[in-house]
Design a protein. Sequence first.
Length: 152
Amino acid sequence: MSSGSVLKSVPDFIPGHVGHRDVLVLGMNPSSNKKPIKNGTFVRLQDWMNRAGVPHWDFHNVVPGKTGEVTREDVEWDLLKEQVDGRKVIICLGTFVSRVMAILKSMQYPLNDTVIISVDHPSPRNRNFNDPAYEPEMLERLKKELKDAKIA
């Protein structure tokens, strides 16, 4: 599938979602789900962002045109650079996305004063959330980092 075809966008999963240029949430790649799941990833993500005091945010996948397994070679670097340019905060969902941003920084791409925050992927399959204390602790850290970045 080519990068030019958009599989899904955030409003497909979060009706009424409003984007905002200051905060970019980066995911890995599009879900293969055709419609939202009741307790799915975007439901949890919207809840996190609301609880963190940031109801409006933009979203982009580092591999926007491919579902399933991806590698660093699948990352569309030029498109990613366009998406991260000028953001105040970038929230990376999961280890893969955090590594991609570390690579972008190692390429000496000028992120200037952009704050990069790494959080777990909000997938219902993420086993870290089996521990009831884990999610609230992660959200407190997210809130603090957003507050330090003067976002929330």
